[in-house]
Design a protein around this ligand. Structure first.
Ligand SMILES: C[S@@+](CC[C@H](N)C(=O)[O-])C[C@H]1O[C@@H](n2cnc3c(N)ncnc32)[C@H](O)[C@@H]1O
Ligand SMILES: O=[N+]([O-])c1ccc2c(c1)CN[C@@H](CO)C2
Length: 263
C-alpha cells in the first residue's frame, strides 16, 4: 500500500477514535434534568395530541412488543439515558430488563426512580398512557410501575463503542461522530443478539446536534432512512418493520434540529 493510503487509513481510524473521545468529553457536561425538560414534557410529550412524538414512540413500542413474537428472558436497553419510557411495554413480556448508560448521572437518575425516591420527571402519565394502550385502566399504573421495578434487575455502565445490546433509543446516532462509526456501533450491538434475535432501534433523522443541557451542544451524525437501512443491512440485520415520524413544526423547539425519527 502507498504511504498515502496508509496515512489515509491511519488518519481515518484516528479520526474515528478521536471523534469518539471528543464525544465522551462532551457528554461529561450532559444534564439529565435539563434533557428531560427539553424532550419529555409538552409539546413533545403531550398525551392529548395525536401528533405528539412521545405518544407516537410509546405506541410503536407497544405494537412491537405485542404484535410480533418479541418476548423472552432478557431485554437490554442501550444508552437509556435518564428515561424509562423505552421499556414500559417490554417489561410486560420480558422477565428481566437491564438499563444501561455511559454516564453515572443518568444511571443515578434511573436508580432513584426504581428505588421509589422520585426523579427529575414524573413518569406517571407515561405509565398511565401505556396502560391505556394495553387496554387496562390508567388507574392500574401503580401495578405497572411495580412490574417495572420488579423486572429491572440492574442499571449498568455501557460504552457501545466497546459493547453489545438489544434495544436502543436515540443513542447510536447521538454518540457517533460519523456514519462509519454509527455503522460500527450497530455492529457491536449485533454481536449480542442470538440468531433470530430482535433489535428495536429508535433514532433521530437528519439531526446534526442536540442540547444535553444549557449550552451543552452535542453533535449528532445526520442520518436519512436510506443510510439507516444501509447500515442495518451492512451489519447483517433483516428489516422487519420501519416506522417513520415527521415532527410538526411546533415540536421543533430549539433543543435540537431533528426533523423526524424512525423505529
Ligand atoms: C440522546 S441520549 C438518549 C437517551 C434516551 N435513550 C432517550 O431515548 O431519550 C443519548 C445517550 O447516550 C449515552 N451515551 C453517550 N456515549 C455513549 C456510549 N459511548 N455508549 C453508550 N451510550 C452512550 C448518553 O449518556 C445519553 O444518555
Ligand atoms: O421528541 N422526542 O421525543 C425526542 C426525545 C429525545 C430526543 C429527540 C427527540 C431528538 N434529539 C435526540 C438526541 O439525538 C433526543
Amino acid at each position: 500500500e502507498s504511504a498515502d493510503s496508509r496515512l489515509l487509513k491511519t488518519t481515518g481510524k484516528n479520526m474515528g477514535e478521536s471523534g469518539v473521545a471528543a464525544m465522551a468529553t462532551t457528554y461529561q457536561k450532559f444534564d439529565p434534568a435539563a434533557y428531560l425538560q427539553y424532550n419529555y414534557v409538552p409539546p413533545r410529550a403531550d398525551f392529548e395530541r395525536k401528533d405528539s412524538i412521545v405518544p407516537w414512540k410509546l405506541a410503536c413500542l407497544h405494537r412491537a412488543f405485542t404484535e410480533g413474537d418479541i418476548s423472552g428472558g432478557l431485554l437490554i436497553d442501550v444508552g437509556s439515558g435518564p428515561t424509562l419510557y423505552q421499556v414500559l411495554s417490554g417489561c410486560e413480556v420480558f422477565s428481566k430488563v437491564l438499563l444501561t448508560d455511559f454516564l453515572e448521572v443518568n444511571r443515578q437518575e434511573l436508580k432513584r426512580w426504581l428505588q421509589g425516591e422520585g426523579s427529575s420527571l414524573d413518569w406517571t402519565p407515561y405509565i398511565q398512557y401505556v396502560c391505556k394502550l394495553e387496554g387496562r385502566s390508567p388507574s392500574e399504573w401503580t401495578e405497572k410501575a411495580a412490574r417495572l421495578r420488579e423486572v429491572v434487575s440492574d442499571v449498568l455502565p455501557i460504552d457501545v463503542h466497546r459493547a453489545d445490546c438489544l434495544v436502543s433509543c436515540f443513542c447510536l446516532e447521538s454518540v457517533s461522530p460519523d456514519l462509519d462509526t454509527f455503522t460500527k456501533a450497530l455492529g457491536h450491538i449485533s454481536k449480542l443478539l442470538r440468531p433470530g434475535g430482535h433489535l428495536l432501534l429508535i433514532g433521530a433523522l437528519q439531526e446534526s446536534y442536540y442540547f444535553g443541557g444549557p449550552g451543552v451542544k452535542i453533535p449528532v451524525v445526520p442520518l436519512n432512512e436510506a443510510q439507516v437501512c444501509g447500515s442495518l443491512q451492512e451489519q447483517g440485520f433483516t428489516l422487519i418493520r420501519l416506522e417513520v415520524y415527521t415532527l410538526p413544526s411546533d415540536m421543533k423547539i430549539g433543543v435540537d434540529d431533528v426533523t423526524g425519527c424512525f423505529l
